[in-house]
Design a protein around this ligand. Structure first.
Ligand code: ZN
Length: 41
């Protein structure tokens, strides 16, 4: 029985006390809008 928890992947924003989270496939800080470097895509 595999129960998938709705885990929200976030990490500490390097620019502010906010959290960087993945929203619709794009990473961004919810506070300052910081977007981490993205691999060549
Ligand atoms: Zn931030």
């Amino acid at each position: 029985m595999a129960t998938t928890n709705p885990t929200v992947t976030t990490y500490q924003c390097p620019k502010c006390p906010g959290a960087v989270s993945e929203v619709h496939g794009s990473w961004g800080c919810t506070d300052c809008g910081y977007a981490p470097p993205h691999g060549a895509d």
